[in-house]
Design a protein around this ligand. Sequence first.
Ligand SMILES: Nc1nc2c(ncn2[C@@H]2O[C@H](COP(=O)(O)OP(=O)(O)OP(=O)(O)O)[C@@H](O)[C@H]2O)c(=O)[nH]1
Ligand SMILES: [Mg+2]
Length: 686
Amino acid sequence: MAGSYTTDKIRNIVLLGHSGCGKTSLVEAMLFNTGAVNRLGKIEDGNTVSDYDEEEISRKMSLNLSVIPCEWDGHKINVLDTPGYTDFQGEMLSGIHVAEAVVLVLDGSAGVEVGTQLSWQMAAENHKPIAVFVNKMNRENASYRKVIDQLRQTFDAKFVPMQLPIRTNDKFEGVVDLITQKAYTGASKPGDPPAGMADEIEEFRMELIEFAAEGEDALMEKYFEEETLSPEEIGQGLKAGLARGGVVPVFCGSATENVGVRDFMNSISHIFPAPAVEIKATAKGGAPETLTGNPDGPVAVQAFKTVNDQYGKVSYLRVWSGTFKADVRLFNSRAEQEERLAGLSLLRGKDQIDITEAVAGDIVSALKLNATLTGDTLSEKAKAYTIPMIVYPSPLYAVALVPESQSDAAKLGPSLTRITEEDLTLKHRYETATRQTLLEGMGETHINIAVKRMKNRFGLNVETSIPKVPMRETVTKVGSDMYRHKKQSGGAGQFGEVHMRVEPLERGAGFEYKSEIFGGAISQPFLPSIEKGIKQVLDQGPIAGYPVADVRAVVFDGKEHPVDSKDIAFQIAGREAFKKAMMQAGPVLLEPIMNLTITIPEEYTGDVTGDLSTRRGRMSGMEQVRGNTVITAQAPLAEVQRYSTDLRSLTQGRGIYTMELSHYENVPSHIASEIIAQAQKEKEEE
Ligand SMILES: Nc1nc2c(ncn2[C@@H]2O[C@H](COP(=O)(O)OP(=O)(O)OP(=O)(O)O)[C@@H](O)[C@H]2O)c(=O)[nH]1
Ligand SMILES: [Mg+2]
């Protein structure tokens, strides 16, 4: 990439939108226009720059965030292409975090879709300026006006048409730029718009000027006096409105036909914000500061994406402040460790372009930063900053993993560490309640792809299954029992007798142990032995082998023998007395109950609420928000482990939801008895 760019000449934009709206095709057209590639790649041919991953090519969809630097009009536009499929929200959020503006891409014939709404919501929650590109204008039933109307009905913002489509005999041929009033058709130079469009252009241009005037007070005054604004002033007003938020410029075109894309790119360099944005950072031992994207400021860099492939580890870095060379040492504030950069580069799909320096506002990548994970901040050691990362949603879908062979078992841990390092919506953990290794993510596709990647990259073979529900065991009333442990055949004898009472505690209280022995029925040193004995079974309770929770065990009587009583004897007696006492205390199973927030197009409300009631779900709220129904509900985890797949099929992919643990509750007795019977059967088989 020729030359380096100063901060004010850099633009970072993230493309968001419903899956298949044409984001990857749009980046491809942009890159083609810069001359960096000499043929326009196609999704169908699997040869786009952005979707270069094997799995992306075979599925014909994006799965990863990719950064595509494009040089245009004296500017460097870093285009962040994201997957539209909702399983990959994590990639979208990482892209939003490091971009100054969001370009929401829509399919001109489909209009506002679920993915459009989700993208809008994520952009708005993170306070990013939004622009719209209405793509696929070459489709027969595409309508720019209809889409704009729909946007205005759906979202609360000022949508400003920046272009008008040119149609001849119903064929989409190009766009008229409403600021310059030039027509952009195909690959040729801009020309004059068709004469027949004059009135329409005039009408939209007046509207555009009014929106621009609202951008700055001085422009408003000038507009009142002179009733018009120059093209420069229009740009200036829109730029101010866009940066401030609330003004949403709307462009249109066709990515695959490369129509309207050049004009859109011109607008990016003219009216989109430069990366001189404010970001909160805290230096070690200091108060929170605001960094401003100053190239002469202190160095602050954040890793926002990590890839571990066969060539090693690549960290994508967003430079928030300062300027640094490719061989510098930077301090990782989380790992509290220096990292020596071994070169810097720009990655564009599979291509790597080495660079010598990185400047505030830019996005670069570095190889083999061993200690650095996604989200980490790198800076000078004397001023070790921490910059908060965007907040990712909680996982919605999990599988239990069982390694196929001994060698797979050895690879499991390291493979999981590396794959989850890349994607912060992917998590792995060992669930002690069920003794299973879990991989958690945003949906079935997300998990399937992660499992496949581990196989391809690390040669890991695992079987996956629906995880067991991590239940707990507790009691509902006070109960007591006793156990005498006596072993006097041959060798040294063992004796211990424990009388124990078990009492229920409130939810979340955990386990408590107490002694009410005062008269010396059991000597002081054996009381901890009894507790130790109980703790041996807390992880695998007496009902169905789940951890025991919210229970108090009280030793209130017992017996000992002057010679045969010893630690081990009281451990055994304590453990067995506890198990027996629990069975006397109305034992029950507890199951996790999840909070769900489900957003669906209104027409699916009946189907979704009906389905929830078959899942032991309880609705707590229902709201209409701009054509959508937002349902809040609780349901047992056991019933919603595959909800991401089920909701997708219930709503034809148009429903989305979030889920998190609320609390634990008694399992209804008819379900509990099945689980207990199953556990007993498994125990006998062992
Ligand atoms: N007719 C028409 N088809 C288009 C246009 N742009 C993209 N497509 C097609 O739409 C399909 C999806 O395009 P992509 O570029 O993969 O869309 P995407 O938004 O990147 O999709 P995801 O990454 O899966 O979210 C492909 O078959 C493209 O060829 C366009 O302007 N007109
Ligand atoms: Mg794509």
